[in-house]
Design a protein around this ligand. Structure first.
Ligand SMILES: O=C(O)CCC(=O)C(=O)O
Ligand SMILES: [Fe+2]
Length: 209
């Protein structure tokens, strides 16, 4: 499958991210890759588990903080997603080459927020574990409309915030340690591929949040 993005695209996104700590990219996945991930999603809807918060022994279910269900992915097992893994590896390569981040691994899950699900304001780096460096979310919601809720709220250092609609194929990347964010209550089921580019590899993502 051919690459979806040119080096020029990548460089402009890296510029944005260095300037603002986040970048929003529309049409991040082309149609073949969207099809791959959406059909994979459908075949695993039964395998999702209630997501917890916190790392290691602190991981607890707190419906008042986080209402999503997740299915942790495994690059070795989930070969149906090979084209997605390549894209993630390309992303990691670009960050290392042009932002000198020294990323050496990643962990990703599928996320499903049922109607009413939200995630309160938080940072993606845990105290107990600080290797999450870049957060990356790709939304998979066809025909998302105003009023469907489920926006990602991004909080800026000047005290303001803004909303990002979780529309199909939009990708949001931000610095995991720097950007507080929240998911507003969704008025219908909301789907995404969410993950983290890591500064030390971790195979234990599913035991964390
Ligand atoms: O789905 C989103 O927009 C954000 C999800 C999130 O913040 C997380 O899983 O840590
Ligand atoms: Fe988050």
């Amino acid at each position: 499958m051919k690459n979806c993005h040119t080096l020029e695209d990548w460089l402009s996104w890296m510029d944005e991210l260095s300037l603002h700590d986040y970048v929003i990219v529309d049409n991040f996945l082309d149609h073949p890759r969207l099809d791959i991930i959406q059909s994979f999603f459908k075949t695993h809807l039964e395998d999702f588990k209630k997501a917890g918060i916190g790392a290691l022994n602190d991981n607890v279910i707190r419906e008042d903080i986080r209402g999503d269900f997740t299915f942790w992915l495994d690059q070795k097992r989930d070969v149906a997603l090979d084209e997605i893994w390549s894209l993630i590896e390309e992303t990691m390569f670009i960050y290392n080459r042009y932002c000198f981040l020294g990323l050496s691994g990643y962990e990703f899950h599928l996320a499903h927020y049922p109607k009413g699900g939200h995630y309160s304001k938080h940072l993606d780096q845990f105290n107990a574990r600080n290797n999450r460096t870049i957060s990356m979310i790709i939304y998979l919601n066809k025909n998302w409309q105003k009023g469907d809720g489920g926006e990602l709220e991004i909080f800026l250092q000047d005290g303001t915030s803004f909303l990002v609609e979780p529309i199909e194929s939009r990708c949001v990347m931000f610095k995991s340690a720097e950007v507080p964010h929240a998911v507003l209550a969704s008025n219908k089921p909301r789907y995404s591929l969410t993950g983290w580019l890591l500064q030390q590899p971790s195979t234990l993502g599913q035991f964390f949040g």
